[in-house]
Write a protein of this length. Structure first.
Length: 95
């Protein structure tokens, strides 16, 4: 397993947010196909996770690496509700 070196977002010489997301996606896409199954991309926010996944998916589509079996999956995100909030309908939204 190898570690990818991606510059930070803030500070001197830092990449802008979208450039960083593209750099992470490109690093994944440049990983040999055989090694991708053993590769995990970690990020601190769900927003970044969605953006990185989208960039990787677009890259795979451009490279014609997604076959007929490609799927889109719904991802559930923990809400961190209290016991009381879990019992109240107003704590939930449709979708």
């Amino acid at each position: 397993m190898q570690s990818l070196k991606i510059p930070p977002v803030a500070g001197h010489g830092a990449l802008r947010e979208q450039d960083r997301i593209r750099a992470v996606a490109e690093a994944f896409l440049e990983t040999p196909v055989a090694d991708r199954a053993e590769t995990i991309v970690l990020t601190a926010s769900n927003q970044d996770r969605r953006a990185i996944n989208e960039e990787i998916r677009h890259g795979l589509e451009r490279r014609s690496e997604l076959g007929d079996s490609a799927i889109t999956a719904r991802v559930f995100v923990k809400s961190d509700l209290t016991k009381v909030e879990k019992r109240q309908a107003k704590s939930y939204s449709k979708g």
